[in-house]
Design a protein around this ligand. Structure first.
Ligand code: OSB
Ligand code: MG
Length: 368
């Protein structure tokens, strides 16, 4: 294979409602889409970096810089056997996994289309229907939170994740558990706590949570190992795991019992699959995290989630929870049982709406 052309497009999309986490509030997304032409076939990828470096060091703008000045020169005109080999061409660039994943996942889509197979099959997926949960941002008050949860349960979602932050934690869990004693519930702290907060984190053990996601520093695996020894609730790592060796370290240290896999954070399908395989060998379940993606990133998340060790409901939910109109056809829909049926068409299995994408585009650069 060869990449003959790459197009970077920045599109602007507004979320239906602002999404609040411990690191900030997001409403207006600046999303970088990557298209590659490989031997005449077009593949699509999405850079999942945020607008600010609040979740990870990468942003929409750093990703554009790295793709333009380093990744495109590294891959252009190079011969490679399969999409799984693209990462090796970029390995001299340290970090910037979301920029790399935007490009790498686009090549996977192109390869699957060249072979006329669904991407999930090319990746080795086995599940035809994937279980879904939702991630609910910090709300203004408990009533608003309860109302949101009610709505998502009615739509069929199999588990509820609520964002927590200091001052918005134990009382929120109490309110939710008082109203919904039995639901599958988890919390995500996005690194808002430290080991000094151990007494408070211990209190969360009372709410039989499925897990607490990334309570401590974004890059501190060791601190999570110390925490996991002190609490009963399983720790799930998100921000900390940006390479296969981080997953290995976390497992060996006992820093988590569950891992959230995000394509952007780990550098694309090749590394996501490697982490998946390692966790499967170690009886650590994984699930697919979300980054408020457009339909392109969402479609890649669905394909990845078909791998067999994606055993827990992910943060991959219906397009209509985020956007008035998604940029793919059909939109992602969730069954009343809280699952997504995996599409059977070639590549990502969803068709980009080119006219809509054109209207949302604020800048476009073509590299040849
Ligand atoms: O920590 O999982 C996270 C969104 C942006 C950045 C980080 C996270 C999230 C979410 C939302 O939780 C998941 C989604 O619905 O896309
Ligand atoms: Mg998270």
């Amino acid at each position: 294979m060869q990449i003959n052309r790459m197009t970077l497009r920045e599109i602007h999309m507004s979320l239906l409602a602002p999404f609040q986490t411990s690191f900030g509030k997001t409403q207006h997304r600046r999303i970088l889409l990557v298209t590659v032409e490989c031997d005449g076939v077009t593949g699509w990828g999405e850079v999942t970096a945020g607008e600010t470096p609040g979740y990870s060091p990468e942003t929409t703008d750093t990703a554009r810089h790295i793709l333009t000045d380093f990744l495109w020169p590294a891959v252009k005109g190079k011969e490679f056997a399969t999409a799984a080999d693209v990462d090796a061409l970029m390995s001299h660039v340290r970090g910037h996994n979301m920029a790399k994943a935007g490009l790498e996942t686009a090549v996977w889509d192109a390869e699957a289309k060249q072979k006329n197979v669904p991407l999930w099959r090319l990746l080795g997926g086995t599940q035809r229907e994937i279980p879904c949960g939702v991630s609910i941002g910090i709300q203004t008050d408990h009533d608003a939170l309860i109302a949101k949860i009610d709505k998502e349960l009615a739509a069929g979602y199999q588990r509820i994740k609520i964002k927590i932050a200091p001052g918005r934690d134990v009382a929120a869990c109490e309110a939710v558990r008082a109203r919904f004693p039995e639901i599958r519930l988890m919390v995500d702290a996005n690194s808002a706590y430290s080991l000094d907060d151990l007494p408070l984190l211990r209190q969360l053990d009372h709410f039989h949570l499925m897990m607490i996601e990334q309570p401590l520093d974004w890059d501190d695996i060791y601190a999570h190992a110390l925490l996991q020894r002190e609490i009963e609730t399983p720790v799930c790592l998100d921000e900390c795991i940006h390479a296969l060796h981080h997953a290995r370290a976390a497992i060996e240290l006992g820093a988590c019992r569950i891992i959230n896999v995000k394509l952007g954070r780990v550098g694309g399908h090749r590394w996501a699959r490697a982490i998946h395989d390692l966790t499967a060998q170690n009886a650590i379940p994984v699930w697919c995290g979300g980054m408020l993606e457009s339909g392109i990133g969402r479609a890649h998340n669905i394909a990845m989630s078909t791998l067999p060790n994606f055993r827990l409901p992910g943060d991959v939910s219906a397009s209509r929870r985020y956007w008035s109109e998604d940029i793919i056809e059909p939109a992602v829909e969730v069954t009343p049982q809280g699952t997504i049926r995996v599409p059977d068409g070639p590549g990502i299995g969803f068709t980009p709406k080119l006219d809509l994408i054109e209207r949302l585009t604020v800048s476009r650069t073509v590299f040849e």
